[in-house]
Design a protein around this ligand. Structure first.
Ligand SMILES: O=C(O)c1cccc(C(=O)CC[C@H]2O[C@@H](n3cnc4c(=O)[nH]cnc43)[C@H](O)[C@@H]2O)c1
Length: 235
């Protein structure tokens, strides 16, 4: 099964590549430069934020489908913020729900997601059996991963998101965009985040990006047998 791993930035892509069995090979596709591992995973630094991540992922999915080599799975992977206390810095989170946290309307009564306005989607659900296998293999905690366009920077915002999404374990900026592109191609999606910082008051000193990238690389080193044995048609 062909697997596409979409990260935001090259540092995350290269962390995933460190889990590969050998050097990657650059593959150029319209709108997407892929790093192909010896095991056949295509790694894409899709860009920061849901819009660019969706556009880059869609370009890679379309190029593969037109080449007759469609992907069987898309993985949104990278660092993310963790909601205390269940997702501490250095832990791993695998999404059983990928939810857009700020796609909707602000009203006098509070935030309304687009689904309550009568249109759109705010949540994508990865295959449950795959989420369970990934959690067992990597130690990742399964829960909701929120996609935001604005990084949370206050305790009040973190509390509001936690109240609205009580199963939220992590926050990042690309998962929902990657999931929308995957859904448009009928391809299942997964999101795996290594927690680099707590979601809450802005404190760059609290960031542990190198540790999170190391955790991401270690997790992908454990994922290969899971993804190789997983069959999307066993759903
Ligand atoms: O400047 C800040 O205060 C700040 C705080 C958190 C994150 C950022 C980013 O620019 C993150 C961009 C990048 O990393 C992912 N990420 C990591 N931690 C978080 C987070 O707490 N909330 C949202 N995204 C996060 C994200 O997916 C982006 O790719 C700046």
């Amino acid at each position: 099964m062909n697997v596409l791993v979409a990260t935001a930035v090259p540092a995350e892509r290269d962390a995933v590549a460190r889990a590969a069995s050998g050097p990657v090979r650059e593959v150029f596709r319209p709108g997407a430069t892929l790093h192909r591992t010896p095991g056949g995973w295509d790694l894409l630094a899709a860009g920061v934020g849901p819009a660019l991540a969706a556009a880059s992922t869609a370009a890679a999915l379309t190029a593969a489908a037109c080449a007759g080599t469609p992907y069987g799975l898309v993985v949104s992977a990278g660092i993310g913020g963790g909601f205390a206390p269940h997702a501490p810095v250095g832990s791993l989170v695998v999404a059983d729900e990928i939810t857009a946290a700020d796609l909707g309307a602000e009203t006098a009564e509070g935030f309304l997601p687009v689904t309550e306005l009568g249109f759109g989607t705010v949540t994508h659900r990865p295959p449950g059996d795959l989420v369970r296998e990934v959690a067992a293999a990597t130690g990742a905690r399964p829960g909701t991963v929120l996609t935001v366009s604005t990084v949370t920077g206050t305790a009040e915002r973190a509390a509001a998101l936690g109240a609205r999404h009580p199963r939220a374990l992590a926050e990042a900026m690309e998962g929902f965009g990657v999931a929308e592109a995957a859904a448009a191609h009928g391809v299942p999606v997964l999101e795996l985040r290594a927690v680099s910082n707590p979601v809450g008051p802005r404190d760059r000193a609290a960031w542990r990006i190198p540790d999170a990238l190391a955790a991401l690389a270690e997790a992908f080193g454990k994922l290969a047998p899971v993804l190789e044995s997983w069959n999307p048609h066993d759903q």
